[in-house]
Design a protein. Structure first.
Lengths: 466, 283
């Protein structure tokens, strides 16, 4: 019987997997696929902890998407503050490379956590491959394609145990390449020790909040779309298309989101104040936002574009009431009237929209907490705890929401809808998880004038309209 | 077996304080994130090495023999070498192996203080980082320049933002009117009770946010900041937080933070331009 330390009291499905994984005759390579909210990351953190401290396995490597690295490390430290959890980044890599060859790069009593995209760099992968890992955990394993997959396949060959975690299916090539991969699937039917279902099949309700964009807002939107269309005709590259799509999504999100993107474009056009004057090629690395967002578009005539951008940016400052924000105010008023302790989450696509929504809601005297991907893990956890204790609104971007258990609320306001079904499922998984007993209510916004067709398409794609 | 219970993350203050990753600035901080080391064997023809240097935009290449750095081939070492050649060798210098043009640069450990290599960068234009058998990188004066820029740019951006806000407030308020608006908006905190906030320069960034965020005084500020108070606050409150984190050295800013600073600075530039034009018109 294995020892489960640190006060962790597992549910049966977690305990079963934990024990089976650590069994002497266990299949060395395993995948744990489970819907969000069943605590698979907890099990992985416990296995990492047990492997590093229990003398069963030994050296542990955790590979996670960049934004989850500090979060994963904080989770393991929370289990056992005395445990050394080292984050392998470029700085640490250089220290290791410069150390005498007789030094062990990764001490056995330390858990190493690295961003998968950093680890896949040739020289880093080579270093990692020099160590015989007792356990390798790969979080968000459905993202393993291309170079990421090559790295994991190489490391798997030399690892005693491999654990792939995902809420979704794995790439077929990866499955074929890892011999005897045992896949464990947790369904929504998992039970507690008394046989009661942990994930109660709570209903999910879809509600649409309708509003009507003003003539001024529609005119401004058309003006921007016209400008982007002219740019697209000139630079029909993938990057240009992606960037213009992103700008339309920012336009749909909030005045500040689109204004900020336009400012990036405007600054890049100004010969005296080029955006890269600050960084050039030396910009600090970021895993939280796609790099193309701040890339400059190619305009047919820079002077004309600069004037058009100036006009749009100032027009956004002078825009009358924001009809979407007004609809949010009304919705929140309805949700909270008569309920002193109403707790709900608001999902946004952009960090600046989150800050903007916070201002809108704080104005109503509501307790508001904001989480964004660039916040350090401890600040994020503090904000969630504050919100859990005092109710109100928790406003968060998708990058900040990964791994959070927010089942103390049952209302999700999608101020912006995500593009992908997997992102939407992640959002559901924050609330519809162990402990949820209420109908999970999802609200999305619909402009009845259909100013932006993409908004309408997303409402259909995520089940808000037929 | 128990009923099962997922553990909760502790509050941050319950965490054991963890040591910061580093306290003093080291050469390790100076090396660019994406530096790709390129080395060549001593038998490489000088012309081939020069082509590689041109292609990669490098000024020098470490020369490695039997897994050990034996010297550096650089523009300078090539020129010095050519000058010292005699007779026909001078004419065919580019066909000679780089082994004939090596210079010796000093090594420094990744943990060395940045100060310690500045003289060497000045004299030799580069310092090798690591050791002959474990080369980690090459530090150049440009790396140092970018590094110091990286350290200071947040302060410069914040300074520009603060000055721009002051300038915008200056379009609206005389000292006398400012004192009234401040009295209306900015709560006096006990330690500052004797402080008289009568000039824009007396205000802290938090005071600006309070002043701009006050519904009662907002109508006075719309001309210079735009109509939406929420929009302006959504811009400035996160900047206030970044300012506190920067000036109190709480954390290193990341790219998203710099994006926010640069876009706020860009927005303020535009607002200043508009306010200036309005002011001219009214005269």
């Amino acid at each position: 019987v294995t020892t489960v330390s640190s006060g962790w009291v597992p549910f049966p499905h977690q305990r079963a997997f934990y024990d089976e994984f650590l069994a002497v005759d266990a299949t060395p390579h395993q995948a744990l696929l489970a819907p969000p909210g069943l605590g698979k990351r907890y099990v992985a953190q416990m296995l990492a902890h047990q492997s590093a401290t229990g003398g069963r396995l030994g050296q542990v490597l955790v590979l996670a998407p960049g934004p989850l690295v500090t979060y994963f490390a904080a989770g393991i430290r929370a289990l056992d503050p005395s445990l050394v959890v080292g984050i392998l980044d470029r700085r640490r890599f250089r220290e290791i490379t410069a150390s005498p060859p007789e030094d062990t790069p990764f001490p056995p009593d330390q858990i190493v956590v690295a961003s998968i995209d950093f680890a896949k760099k040739e020289e880093v992968g080579r270093l990692l491959a020099q160590t015989r890992w007792s356990l390798i955990v790969v979080d968000e394993a459905h993202r393993l394609r291309g170079d990421r997959q090559v790295l994991v396949r190489q490391l798997a060959d030399k690892a005693d145990r491999l654990l792939l975690l995902s809420s979704f299916g794995l790439d077929a090539e990866l499955i074929a390449a890892i011999p005897q991969l045992r896949t464990v699937r947790w369904s929504r039917d998992v039970v507690d020790p008394k046989g009661r279902r942990l994930l109660v099949d709570v209903p999910r309700s879809f509600r649409v909040v309708e509003y009507k964009r003003s003539d001024e807002e529609v005119r401004l939107s058309r003006q921007l779309i016209g400008l982007l269309d002219r740019q697209r005709a000139l630079a029909d590259t993938r990057q240009g298309t992606l960037l213009t799509e992103m700008m339309l999504r920012a336009l749909s999100s909030s005045p500040i989101a689109i204004q900020e993107m336009l400012i990036h474009q405007r600054v890049a056009l100004d010969p005296s104040v080029e955006e890269n004057e600050w960084w050039g090629e030396n910009a600090p690395a970021s895993d939280t936002e796609p790099a193309f967002e701040s890339l400059p578009l190619i305009w047919p005539d820079a002077a004309v574009a600069a004037a058009a951008l100036d006009e749009l940016i100032s027009a956004l400052d002078e825009l009358g009431p924001d009809s979407k924000a007004s609809a949010l105010r009304e919705l929140v008023h309805d949700l909270t009237s008569g309920e002193a302790e109403t707790r709900f989450v608001v999902f946004t696509l952009f960090a600046n929209t989150a800050a903007y929504v916070a201002e809108i809601l704080a104005d109503s005297g509501l307790n508001v907490q904001v989480l964004t991907g660039s916040m350090p893990a401890d600040q994020r956890l503090w904000a969630v705890n504050e919100w859990t204790d005092s109710a109100g609104a928790l406003i968060l971007t998708d990058g900040a929401s990964e791994g959070l258990a927010l089942s103390s609320a049952h209302i999700a306001v999608h101020y912006d809808l995500p593009e992908l079904a997997t992102q939407m499922e992640q959002r559901w998984g924050r609330l519809d998880r162990i402990g949820q007993r209420e109908t999970v209510q999802a609200y999305a916004f619909r402009d009845v004038r259909v100013t932006l067709e993409s908004e309408e398409e997303l409402l259909g794609a995520h089940g808000f309209v037929a | 077996m128990s009923d099962g219970n997922l553990i909760q993350f502790p509050f941050p203050e319950e965490h054991e304080p963890s040591l910061p990753p580093h306290v003093l600035y080291q050469i390790n901080d100076l090396l660019p994130e994406g530096q790709q080391l390129c080395t060549i064997p001593p038998t490489t023809r000088a012309s081939d090495a020069l082509k590689v240097m041109k292609e990669l935009g490098y000024s020098q290449l470490p020369v490695v023999h039997n897994l050990e750095v034996v010297g550096v081939f650089s523009h300078r070492s090539f020129v010095d070498g050519v000058l010292s050649l005699e007779g026909e060798n001078k004419l065919r210098a580019e066909d000679l192996p780089v082994a004939d043009f090596l210079e010796q640069l000093s090594f420094a450990d990744v943990r060395t203080d940045v100060d310690e290599i500045l003289d060497r960068l000045d004299t030799h234009n580069a310092v090798l980082i690591g050791s002959p058998r474990a080369l980690v990188g090459i530090a150049t004066p440009m790396d140092a320049l970018w590094y110091f820029h990286r350290l200071t740019s947040a302060f410069l951006l914040l300074q520009e933002i603060e000055r721009a806000i002051r300038a915008l407030l200056g379009y609206v308020y005389s000292d006398e009117r400012l004192a009234q608006a401040v009295a209306q908006s900015v709560p006096i905190r006990p330690p500052q009770s004797s402080r008289t906030l009568t000039r824009i320069e007396d205000l802290s960034f938090g005071d600006y946010v309070q002043l701009i965020g006050n519904k009662d005084t907002w109508s006075q500020l719309q001309d210079v900041f735009g109509t939406s108070r929420e929009l302006v606050l959504a811009r400035l409150k996160p900047i206030n937080q970044l300012r506190n984190e920067t000036f109190h050295f709480r954390r290193d800013l990341v790219k998203d933070d710099y994006d926010r600073l640069t876009s706020t600075r860009g927005w303020l530039r535009l607002r200043l331009r508009l306010a200036g034009a309005q002011s001219q018109e009214s005269k």
